[in-house]
Design a protein around this ligand. Structure first.
Ligand code: BGC
Length: 768
């Protein structure tokens, strides 16, 4: 059996661990995490564990404003960092065998098997342990978060004595007395509201969210079938507990099933929460474990239908890409515009579970192509709903006239990031938010979105750029001063090419959008002009003037765009000149040394060439790629994917594959030795992009959906599915041919270089 360096089995549909290693508990908690798009949690053991663990259960959208902690306070810093906080530990089951608690850190583990079945999102753990008192027992724990009932959770926990008759005591519990490991001031974020027999309710301090957790349990033991009322209730403040004890003969199994109801004030009035949680738990119990499992299998099969990727001849790559798709599907399903995609999803506390530019730059195309227009639209509306906050945010920094600066990090529209180089200067995020609207419309054809919401966002962003850009008398050009590009290893630079380019592009696109809405949706146009005090003629004239006069750095001799002023003054070294012991630079070098070096954290100029590929000829992209990629250290997980796509577009297949490998199993192989903190969920969208847009060669070009597939040498075949304007397209690529199958209405597409007609429910085959 093939395993990786974390001793995980390579399997097409499962993440499997076959031994227990306390040193790996934290990383496995991240990798085996479960989610249903609105809540999720790390793969903590159900029974209390006294070894190193990070408890994590998160309710999307429920956050705590943790007071900012910085060295030197700068005016304009936000007061807090919003954190999607660690919530009640609802999975708990205490186990005692002849009075001794089962704690994996304190027993002998004879056998251990854990699998996360990605096809249906079910976590199973089987183990045999020898207690200190000599009793040997087998345990099987199965857990899932039903996709069909988003407020429910299910655990089935079975104990079987093996070598002698024992007394097994099981206490299913919910513990709401939990904390965040990353609290800035060691505060507890929750305060208790009430605890009754089977339910506990808490409120977040300051932000005032409330949530209730209820359990309804059953016990099967021979012919006996018990329900909660038959258990001894040991509930106490913030702890729901029900205990039962049975004497079991060897091989006689006692099976506990816990149905949890988890409801928050996002969806219920606080005074109705306890009853709501109770009723979700009771309904789940009435449905029963088998029915819930069948529902889960069906719901996940439907999910996978529109987005699976198959890779022939490379089992590790197959598992890697499925894991990425699976985690993205578990994190966001587009059912609620208040939710978004935190960089770690529901797998850890890092990045606070809040929203970054990652959503627009990396995740949106994944959801567009796999979940469809409606889900992607929810992501755009999230920003639309936060537009007034973005205007307030810009106003705090001194911008007026309805200019919007979207936050670098947010959950409710307010900026949370507090490092001036990023908070105030990494303003390219505004460009990504504008670009996402364009990306959505060109893929879906839904131009009406401009009239409904898009134009307001675009014009407010354009207004920001128009004020943020400066006229330079010395250069007689417009310049952009004091910014941080995507490459965070340079701060406070002037004329970062990427930021300036996307700013100009945003202003041009906003002007086009205004003209479209004026022409096609006059009533919306009038509403928007009045609401946003928009004077199209004068404002677009100003944008046009700036775009025409903008300075965009170039080095004509090298034929490249200049990442920023002075980049070529730096000592020019390549990442390959670095000794491996110096990597990662952010851990080994002083910040001063990093800032002065030429090394690039992640795609910067190349991010622009990726977004705006159609604006540049192949040679230009190639020269820039050949110059910048070797200087890039890829110390953001978001970096290799963009490079892999560009390399594939340029036909540099070995390079594309090398970069793809760095992204595809980043977490499964724990490439950066940090998966214990959580998985890089947003970068998983980048991995998907590198397969579909890179090797699959999918892009929208001149309004036409295009596929130019190329297989890396290590793969025998590649198959992927995308949703496109009401149809599901299946693309299958081998060395001999490319095939596209259509479930839906006919369309024109460009396949392997030629424009072709794909009939309704038809199939196109191109022999290579
Ligand atoms: C990257 C940012 C990204 C953030 C969250 C940082 O390391 O440089 O581009 O938004 O991580 O994923």
């Amino acid at each position: 059996m093939q395993t990786n360096r974390l001793n995980l089995t390579i399997d097409a549909w499962k993440i499997v661990e076959r031994d227990f290693d306390p040193a790996r508990v934290l990383s496995s908690e991240s990798l085996f995490a479960l989610g249903n798009g609105v809540m999720g949690g790390r793969a903590n053991f159900e029974e209390p564990y006294s070894g190193a663990t990070l408890q994590g259960n998160y309710l999307g959208g429920v956050y705590y404003p943790d007071k900012t902690r910085v060295g030197w306070w700068k005016n304009g810093y936000p007061e807090y960092f919003a954190k999607v906080l660690n919530a009640a530990f609802w999975i708990g089951v205490e186990v005692q065998v002849d009075g001794e608690p089962l704690d994996l850190a304190r027993v002998e583990v004879l056998d251990f098997y854990r699998e996360l079945d990605m096809r249906r999102s079910v976590l199973t753990r089987r183990m045999r342990v020898r207690m200190r008192n000599g009793a040997e027992v087998a345990v099987e724990a199965v857990r899932f978060l039903p996709l069909s009932r988003r407020e429910a959770g299910v655990v089935r926990y079975a104990v079987t004595p093996l070598n002698r008759a024992v007394e097994v005591s099981l206490t299913p519990f919910i513990d709401a007395d939990v904390r965040n490991a990353d609290a800035n001031y060691d505060e507890k974020f929750w305060e208790p509201v009430l605890t009754e027999d089977d339910v506990t309710q808490s409120r977040t301090r300051k932000s005032g969210f409330e949530a209730a957790w209820a359990q309804s349990v059953t016990l099967d033991f021979g012919a006996e079938h018990l329900t909660t009322a038959d258990f001894a209730c040991e509930t106490r403040p913030e702890q729901v507990r029900h205990r039962v004890t049975r004497r079991c003969e060897p091989e006689q199994t006692v099976t506990l099933t816990k149905y949890a109801g988890i409801c928050s004030s996002l969806n219920h009035a606080p005074e109705e929460l306890a009853a709501a949680a109770r009723s979700v738990a009771a309904e789940a119990r009435r449905a029963g474990f088998a029915t819930l499992l069948r529902e889960q299998e069906a719901a996940w099969a439907a999910r996978w239908h529109g987005c699976d990727i198959t890779i022939g001849g490379d089992a590790a790559a197959q598992q890697g890409i499925r894991f990425c798709i699976f985690m993205l599907l578990q994190t966001y399903t587009g059912v609620d515009t208040r939710l978004n995609i935190g960089p770690k999803g529901f797998t850890g506390e890092k990045y606070g579970g809040v929203t970054y530019w990652d959503t627009e730059a990396y995740c949106l195309p994944f959801y567009l192509a796999t979940a469809g227009a409606a889900v992607a639209r929810e992501l755009l509306l999230y920003r639309y709903n936060q537009l007034d906050k973005a205007i307030e945010n810009a106003a705090k920094l001194g911008f007026g006239g309805g200019a919007a600066l979207y936050p670098m990090v947010t959950i409710n529209g307010e900026e949370c990031h507090n490092e001036w180089e990023i908070t105030f200067e990494e303003i390219h995020r505004n460009g990504a938010i504008a670009y996402a609207i364009y990306n959505y419309i060109r893929y879906t054809g839904d131009e009406g979105y401009l009239a409904e919401a898009g134009l307001e966002v675009l014009l407010s962003i354009a207004r920001f750029w128009a004020q943020r850009i400066t006229w330079s008398e010395a250069r007689q050009r417009y310049v952009m001063l004091g910014v941080t590009g995507p490459n965070e290893y340079e701060n406070n630079v002037n004329n970062n090419w990427y930021t300036s380019y996307i700013a100009c592009w945003s202003m041009r696109y906003a002007a086009q959008a205004a003209a479209w809405v004026r022409e096609h949706r006059p009533e919306d146009y009038a509403r928007i002009c009045a609401r946003r005090k928009f004077d199209e003629a004068s404002e677009t004239e100003q944008w046009q003037r700036i775009v025409e006069g903008m300075y965009l750095g170039e080095d004509r001799e090298l034929g490249i765009f200049l990442q920023q002023d002075g980049y070529l003054d730096k000592e020019q070294r390549l990442a390959s000149d670095l000794d491996p012991s110096e990597r990662p630079l952010n851990q080994k070098w002083s910040w001063d040394r990093i800032l002065r070096s030429c090394f690039i954290k992640q795609a910067d100029v190349l991010q622009g060439l990726y977004f705006f590929g159609d604006d540049f000829d192949r040679e230009t992209v190639c020269r820039n790629f050949d110059f910048y990629e070797p200087r890039t250290v890829h110390e953001s997980s978001l970096s290799p994917c963009v490079h892999a796509i560009l390399a594939a577009r340029l036909g540099k297949m070995e390079k594309a594959y090398e970069l793809y490998l760095r992204t595809s199993r980043l977490d499964l192989d724990d490439y950066n030795r940090e998966v214990a903190e959580g998985c890089h969920v947003t970068s998983m969208a980048g991995t998907w992009l590198s397969v579909v847009e890179g090797f699959g060669g999918m892009r929208m070009s001149g309004g036409v959906l295009t596929f130019d597939p190329q297989l890396p040498a290590a793969w025998e075949s590649l198959g992927f599915r995308v949703n496109f304007r009401g149809r599901v397209l299946t693309v299958r690529v081998t060395r001999e041919r490319v095939e596209v199958e259509n479930e839906g209405p006919g369309m024109e597409l460009r396949l392997c270089g030629a424009l072709r007609r794909l009939e309704t429910d038809g199939r196109l085959i191109v022999e290579l």
